[in-house]
Design a protein around this ligand. Structure first.
Ligand code: BGC
Length: 754
């Protein structure tokens, strides 16, 4: 154990070059690269004292080797930070974030983060690039898979749970890691759902919706934040001083480390902000402390610190002292995080081969993952097919029904697909009856798409036989079975980074397979594998049961089988609305009301679409946010509100409802509270989620669920600029809505006076 340094003294002893070195962040080159690398020579950088952190190591051995060079081979012995993309698990892979959020179970989310931190920390990793907190309302955007979904309130609870699980109470503990909230800000609001595209948002929506999970994550103590690739209202986030230094640090009180995303500083050149020196200066001054991959800080800051920078064409005039002060400030943040992690005392404290071996995929971790799968599966429709009848002969059909390569889903960079449980294995292990499998169709039939899906290795693995032969084989299997379980959907890289899609359907060959099977007359339970909210209109018509299983991770096969056989409840409730057709996105449950609402009396001249079936509200989708079925039935009592007419700033309102399990098996209901503000100074969302509670009851059991609202819960932001935002509320009428999803709600109107 060494004595931790005094950071002020250390900074005084460091040269400018050494400080700039601390701001450089490179990849170990052992994982995926999402852009071009400027330097792969980590050893040379380390020996020259030009590296502060490495991400993407895959073993204790490599962490230890790099750390040794950093500590033993440099003047001040400053240890490296080791970071990794631990998005939904490290070695034990949990369901995709968007799936996990569907559990609405924040204790579960926290437990998965705890496991991820334990596994990662044992391998020497001390910072993880998670949680991803980008609100996503446009399913064309592939990174909706990593997101907490469409709703800021739910996403904020996810942020708190993830930060709590990853960081615990003590960052020096051997089983905790520093969280990194990403991608700040509004990456999920990309124009057209195209990854990396820019966002244009009114300040109140930017802060009130998109920044809300970041506010919650900071309040929960997150140690770091990553900047987003996109521009917001014309300013790229890597240069957005107003949002990073102004809002995040100034308003929100964040005092941790801000890292760039992969070549994010360098990409400011392509954004049109100027040459390498200009963008390095802009990013540093904006508050981006560490430069990932691009090495613009390393290349440009020494000279900038000497000469300053004058670029009239970029409206930039910076004196050298301002640059030097910013370098000092950022270096201090890097060193402080290393200090908080206890790395100065023992740079190898997190490196432990034995602990790493024992932690990875440990039995309790896998058990938790299996539970998390069942808790994330959303049952959308069930005409008496599920749970499968004991003894029934099951025809398990679908290329994804016996698949390991896709099960982990996107961004599982340290997961081993070989460890994943297939649905066939899972079902055979728990179903009391024969289970036979046929592929029935390939995942896709377009060679170009297949090649793009295989970017990180083979996942499409096409069967060369003609489509008719594959379908005939499936039909023959179905003919002999009591029930068909068809598994269809996306390949893992259909969603994820740079995997935006214009059509949100299940790929064509699998759709044709479903159509053929539907003719065969056997009941069909369709299990959908996906990383985004797909359009399932046709599938809802053709299948008797519809289970959205997302990508479930290592234990996907077991967890899905548990749900199919009724060993577990399908616990999921949608964290994203499912559109009725691709043209309906972006979509979310709280769309603003308009002057010509869809419910208006003039058939044609109202807000909606000509070609959307009349029964589907244009802003709601086929399956609403918060929706999901279980295997039992709940009866809801009348909601009660006390007091009905509150007044004064400190007033509280309690809303209560009693629910009863009226079915014959134990089950879970997620009680959801929404609030509408029907008369306000500006147009408000049609409704906002303000509370939820998961309630698990035995048959016949009843429970009262209560929510308390304060006046603060009714406030909202107004203002024409981020700096000018203020929080207001409009006394008078409010409508409280309670129900099991964002559509099926019972409303009570209250009057809340000043
Ligand atoms: C992604 C980040 C990720 C980083 C490092 C980027 O392409 O946007 O989410 O943390 O790569 O792997």
């Amino acid at each position: 154990m060494r004595r931790p340094p005094n950071i002020d003294e250390l900074l005084q002893r460091m040269t400018l070059a050494e400080k700039i070195g601390q701001l450089n962040l490179l990849s170990a080159g052992e994982g995926p690269e999402t852009g071009s690398a400027h330097s792969r020579d980590i050893r040379a950088r380390l020996e020259a004292g030009q590296l502060g952190a490495i991400f993407g190591t895959k073993s204790v051995r490599s962490v230890r080797a790099w750390q040794e060079i950093a500590v033993e081979g440099s003047r001040h012995g400053i240890p490296l930070l080791f970071a990794e993309d631990v998005i939904h698990g490290h070695r034990t892979i949990f369901p995709l974030p968007v799936a996990l959020v569907c559990s609405w179970d924040m204790a579960l989310v926290r437990a998965t983060a705890r496991v991820a931190a334990t596994e990662a920390a044992a391998e020497g990793i001390n910072q993880v690039y998670a949680p991803m907190l980008d609100i996503a309302r446009d399913a064309r955007w592939g990174r909706i898979a990593e997101s907490p979904g469409e709703d800021p309130f739910l996403a904020a609870r996810y942020a708190e749970a993830m930060v709590g699980g990853l960081q615990g109470d003590d960052l020096t503990a051997l089983d905790t890691v520093a969280a990194c909230l990403k991608h700040f800000l509004a990456y999920g609001a990309a124009a057209g759902g195209r990854d990396y595209d820019n966002a244009s948002l009114a300040p109140a929506e930017l802060i009130g919706v998109y920044a809300e999970p970041f506010r919650a994550g900071v309040a929960a103590g997150a140690a770091s934040v990553m900047a987003a690739f996109n521009a917001v209202n014309g300013c790229p986030m890597h240069a957005h001083r107003g949002l990073i230094e102004g809002w995040l640090r100034g308003v929100c009180g964040f005092d941790g480390l801000v890292v760039a995303d992969y070549t994010g500083v360098h990409e400011l050149i392509a954004h049109g902000l100027g040459d390498r020196a200009t963008v390095a200066a802009r990013a540093l001054l904006a508050g981006v402390d560490m430069d990932m991959i691009g090495e613009d800080y390393l290349a440009c800051l020494p000279e900038l610190a000497e000469a300053g920078l004058s670029r009239p064409e970029a409206a930039l005039d910076l004196a050298a002292p301002a640059i030097i002060a910013a370098i000092d400030r950022s270096c201090r943040r890097v060193l402080s995080l290393k200090q908080r992690l206890g790395l100065f005392e023992d740079p190898y404290r997190y490196c432990d081969e034995a602990r790493a071996k024992g932690a990875a995929l440990a039995a309790p971790h896998r058990d938790l993952a299996r539970r998390a799968v069942a808790a994330s599966c959303v049952l959308l429709r069930n005409e008496g097919v599920l749970p499968l009848k004991p003894g029934s002969r099951v025809a398990l059909i679908g290329r994804l029904g016996d698949d390991r390569a896709n099960m982990l889903g996107t961004w599982a960079v340290s997961g081993d697909p070989g460890q994943a449980v297939t649905i066939l294995e899972g079902l055979r292990a728990v179903h009391d009856g024969p289970v036979d499998h046929a592929k029935g169709a390939n995942i896709v039939d377009d060679a170009d798409i297949a090649a793009r899906l295989d970017v990180f290795g083979p996942t499409v693995l096409p069967d060369p036989r003609p489509e008719a032969e594959l379908i005939a084989e499936a039909l023959a299997l179905a003919a002999r079975a009591d029930v068909v379980v068809l598994v269809a959907g996306e390949a893992k890289e259909h969603s994820g980074e740079s995997s935006s899609r214009t059509e949100l359907d299940i790929p064509a060959p699998q759709r044709r397979l479903l159509e053929a099977l539907a003719q065969a007359g056997k009941p069909i339970a369709l299990v959908v594998m996906a990383g985004r909210s797909l359009v399932l209109a046709r599938e809802s018509r053709l299948a008797d049961a519809l289970l959205l299983a997302w990508f479930g991770g290592t234990e996907a096969g077991h967890g899905i089988a548990d749900v199919l056989t009724g060993r577990a409840e399908p616990g999921g409730r949608l964290a994203v609305s499912l559109p009725a057709c691709s043209g309906q996105v972006p979509i979310h449950h709280g769309a603003e009301t308009t002057g010509r609402p869809w419910t208006g009396q003039f058939q044609k001249f109202r807000t909606g679409y000509l070609d959307l079936p009349g029964e589907i509200p244009p802003a709601r989708g086929l399956y609403p946010f918060g929706f999901g079925l279980g295997y039992t039935r709940f009866e809801w009592g009348e909601p009660r509100v006390t007091p009905a007419s509150p007044g004064g700033p400190d007033a509280r309102v309690t809303v209560a409802v009693t629910i009863r399990n009226a079915g014959d098996r134990r089950g879970t209901e997620v009680v959801q509270l929404y609030v509408s503000d029907p008369v306000a100074r500006i147009v408000r969302p049609s409704q906002e989620l303000k509370g939820f509670e998961r309630v698990t009851l035995d048959p016949g059991e009843a429970r009262e669920v209560r929510f308390t609202l304060a006046r603060d819960d009714l406030t909202y932001l107004v203002g024409d600029s981020v700096e000018g935002l203020s929080r207001v509320w409009d006394p008078g009428s409010f409508i409280l809505r309670l129900g099991p999803n964002s559509r099926d709600l019972t409303s009570i109107e209250i009057t809340w006076n000043d």
